[in-house]
Design a protein around this ligand. Sequence first.
Ligand code: NAD
Length: 283
Amino acid sequence: VRSSYLIGLVGAGIGPSLSPALHQREAEHHGLRYLYRRIDLDTLGLGPDDVGALVRTARQLGYDGLNITHPGKQTVIPYLDDLSEDARALGAVNTVVFGEDGRSCGHNTDWSGFAQSFARGLEDAPTRRVVQLGAGGAGAAVAHALLTLGADRVTLVDADRDRARALAAGLTGRFGDGRASAAPRERLGALLAGADGLVHATPMGMAHHPGLPFPAGVLHPGLWVADVVYRPLDTELLREARALGCRTLDGGGMAVFQAAQAFRLFTGREPDPARMLAHMAAL
Ligand code: NAD
């Protein structure tokens, strides 16, 4: 049984990432020697197109696996030997495992992390009509999760309407006609009036993007509200929603469960999500 691991996080501006602490603390509980290193593209003066070469080098240097974050989740794909079915469907990889045979396999635990968080934090929430704001990287994973969990219909709203349209087209191709569509921002109020829930997947609400992504007046007590932003955990959107009496879900669960699932892929060991959530809240 393996007891020592070398893992890397590849991405730009990852200094503040909580992943190293989350992984290493969990590994300590399993009695593992587990080193989780940041490989920051900004520090190295590298760009998204260099991620594939970095993955090869990491394998040569003896890394057991990598997490990949912005801006490498798509550009890494052509450099991998294998892809999980869902990573292929999503066209995005956040976890690379180097097998004993030296082959690299790309996985996506962002979508399954959100799915696990949603199932835990908003259990039995109605999902006949869900509105999702933000159709970028996180948005693609979250919409895939919502439809996989059985949401009847997800309407995507993004400041970049072409992005929303492209994501909706990919989702209907995988999940069926009518399951996803794109709508202009001006319709957000009308859409929310008839929706069960709202998922927020833009950077608004982060420490360096404070504020609400839309006028607070469009929220109403009949909605559940899930945010993917997790720094801070308690965003202005979630505070407004709670004040109205909405059920809410913060972005911490998605961050923790994607890390927990990556830890399981790297080590074959079963992480304790409750312990990791508590650690996350304390960081
Ligand atoms: P991204 O840049 O890929 O996508 C963001 C999208 O939001 C873009 O398409 C942009 O056009 C749109 N947008 C921005 N402001 C908007 C507004 N006011 N109204 C409508 N659309 C708007 O970014 P991303 O990688 O998807 O990250 C989004 C957020 O998700 C970040 O805060 C990130 O930290 C968070 N995130 C959380 C987790 C987690 O585990 N909880 C994982 C990944 C990303």
